[in-house]
Design a protein around this ligand. Structure first.
Ligand code: SF4
Length: 129
């Protein structure tokens, strides 16, 4: 079975460096990434295998902040549009990495998504220029 990832996680997970909300979340996230590297990813809409172990996932909605459900949905749509992927499709980690690290995708993502992200300081995206 493919690990299931929503739009913005397809990009953000490329820059993961070991931080997360709690131990359960981090262990799960690392398992998902390892699995994705081996098998590839099934692109999904909404809750994915990362959200599944997140303390902010409540009744199928992201409750990280007051507006987070709308914000993450917006980021999902933006990510899928930049990556030219749709829910239901599968993609290898290698292909995904190539897409994410194309300059157009990365620049646009940094402009639109990273600037207001709380994880900016513990994310490798800042090291990529
Ligand atoms: S903060 Fe929201 S989008 Fe991020 S993993 Fe948790 S539930 Fe999912």
């Amino acid at each position: 079975m493919f690990p299931r990832l929503r739009g913005h996680h397809l990009i953000c997970l490329q820059f993961y460096r070991g931080e997360g909300y709690d131990e359960v979340f981090v262990e799960n996230l690392e398992r998902v990434i390892e699995d994705a590297k081996k098998r590839g990813v099934l692109v999904v809409e909404g809750v994915d295998d990362v959200c599944a172990k997140c303390p902010y996932m409540v009744n199928g909605k992201c409750k990280y902040s007051v507006n987070s459900e709308e914000e993450v949905k917006y980021l999902d749509v933006l990510a899928l549009s930049l990556l030219n992927l749709s829910p239901g499709c599968t993609v290898s980690w290698k292909e995904l990495k190539e897409k994410v690290f194309s300059p157009e995708v990365l620049e646009k993502w940094k402009e639109e998504a990273c600037k207001s992200c709380d994880w900016r300081d513990v994310c490798e995206v800042g090291d990529k220029g």
